[in-house]
Design a protein around this ligand. Structure first.
Ligand SMILES: *[C@@H]1O[C@H](CO)[C@@H](O)[C@H](O)[C@H]1NC(C)=O
Length: 216
């Protein structure tokens, strides 16, 4: 009887049909990025206009310029720059980091991330919803995984540059960069919220906002 009730309960639960982007319904659907109206993903451009060029992308071949405060350059190979990825549920990034550089704490709302270090020495870590950090220093050829939606970071702890390629189970994983989300949004998150959240006074919050070129 208990087994039967459990079966009936399971029958009516809204079970997930996909763990990341939905499955494609045809071989390909090269994105028509300019089409309106917009839909979830992008409409397909006419198959008659599809060429080999739609399935190749060289945007990750060049070293990124890491001359910035974080010492990092992320080149995203997502559907917005590589329309052939549309409906296929995957994408990749190239991340260059100068010595000491960081990918600041961030998360991808629509994707799990895996990555492989190609060059350098990289501390990779993520934080669980229970505030436990899992991390490791990786060298060339070593791989990592970041569970979907969890805050994570990368830090070049070597003497030279670091290079990592990351892969996502989403054509457009999205990035929530924690520092800029909180301190450089438009319009700004109110100082009253931030002073209470971080238990500091307003001068500290304004100091951080000014680092991002924002007014208090
Ligand atoms: C890298 O970026 C910095 C800061 O924007 C700029 O001054 C520099 O010229 C760039 N270097 C190259 C090689 O493009």
């Amino acid at each position: 009887m208990a087994t039967l009730s459990l079966f009936i309960v399971l029958l009516f639960l809204p079970l997930p049909y996909s763990y990341a982007d939905p499955d494609p319904l045809q071989d390909f659907c090269v994105a028509d990025l300019k089409s309106s109206p917009s839909v979830n993903g992008f409409p397909c451009k006419s198959a008659l206009e599809v060429t080999s060029g739609d399935f190749f992308y060289d945007g990750l071949s060049k070293e990124g310029n890491t001359t910035n405060v974080f010492g990092v350059k992320v080149n995203a190979g997502n559907v917005l720059v590589f329309p052939g990825l549309n409906t296929l549920g995957i994408s990749m990034n190239r991340v260059d980091l100068s010595p000491g550089g960081i990918a600041p704490p961030h998360l991808h709302p629509r994707s799990t991330e895996s990555g492989i270090v190609v060059e350098g020495k990289l501390l990779v870590g993520f934080v669980t919803t229970g505030n436990v950090v899992y991390s490791k220093v990786l060298g060339a050829g070593e791989m990592f995984v970041i569970p979907r939606g969890l805050v994570h970071f990368q830090h070049n702890v070597g003497d030279g540059k670091a290079l990592v390629f990351t892969a996502f189970n989403s054509q457009l994983p999205g990035s929530v960069i924690v520092p800029s989300t909180l301190f450089a949004s438009t319009p700004p998150v109110p100082n009253d919220v931030l002073t209470k959240a971080f238990q500091v006074d307003e001068a500290v919050i304004n100091g951080i906002k000014s680092k991002f070129g924002m007014q208090g």
